[in-house]
Design a protein around this ligand. Sequence first.
Ligand code: SF4
Length: 332
Amino acid sequence: MEKILDIQDLHVSFQTYGGEVQAIRGVNLELYKGETLAIVGESGCGKSVTANSIMKLIPSPAGKIKQGSIAFKGKDLTKMSDKAIRKVRGIDISMIFQDPMTALNPTLTIGDQLTEGVRQHRRVSSAEANKQAIEMLKLVGIPNPDERMKQYPHQFSGGMRQRIVIAMALICEPELLIADEPTTALDVTIQAQILQLFQRIQRETGVSIILITHDLGVVAKVADRVSVMYAGKVVETGTRRDIFHRPSHPYTQGLLHSVPRLDQKGEKLIPIDGTPPDLFSPPEGCPFTARCPHAMEVCSRIYPFHSELSETHAVDCWLQDERAKKYMASPS
Ligand code: SF4
């Protein structure tokens, strides 16, 4: 399969009055053409910062990509000028944000907002832009698209507004769509419809999708592969089956034990005690040590090596690495 995105050793920090927050600390991610990669983890683990780094939307000067590369179809986005990256945004890579209301301008009609991007990036006539906008509204399931083009965002329900935001993101036919918590603000029925819409659009257009979410139910429905993030690092990556049937990092196991699952009726839910580490001064060793029921002496001192469990499944945890014994401190 063709790799369209390759993130290597990405480090992103933010300068604050309290010091430097090391939000991303050596993230590696790959995305293949036509697949959906879900990035999951608690709030503050670095999911959205990773997504914003791909779009070069890290607020400067406070935020900075300090190290690493983000290769999109072989070109390193971190090295591109602002002018060059503006051409990539919207045409090659599009992003859908969490709250559809903040993504839409309440003073412009849906038609104006949909055609703006396509006219700017594709330089087509108004008639052609209108035609493409109507086609896109049909694709995302908006009834009477000709009439709806003349209406304003407040005349649509929350689910409809999210469909319009998806249409806006897709109108220039991007190869990569990043959806940051796209269903969080929606009720479960509409959420299911939007997830089905993503799957249909992917089948019809072949777009690759990065889905940022904290919701494992969403992941179970649509992801091909999953990367689990914790404290600014990817701690486990695998296919959906690897992650749900053979979770190997204690944090992934904790996440799965803390949400209800239809395939495991009667099981008690177990929350993950404690809180993530302070990213002003992250620990040298495994950042999950203080919360991990299996933590060993080596865990707090040395960050675990990357262990490949299979062709598709990899984890950063000493439990999966025979070298753990070798790195244990000798008794004094
Ligand atoms: Fe737990 Fe150690 Fe594995 Fe970290 S490396 S998850 S502390 S066992």
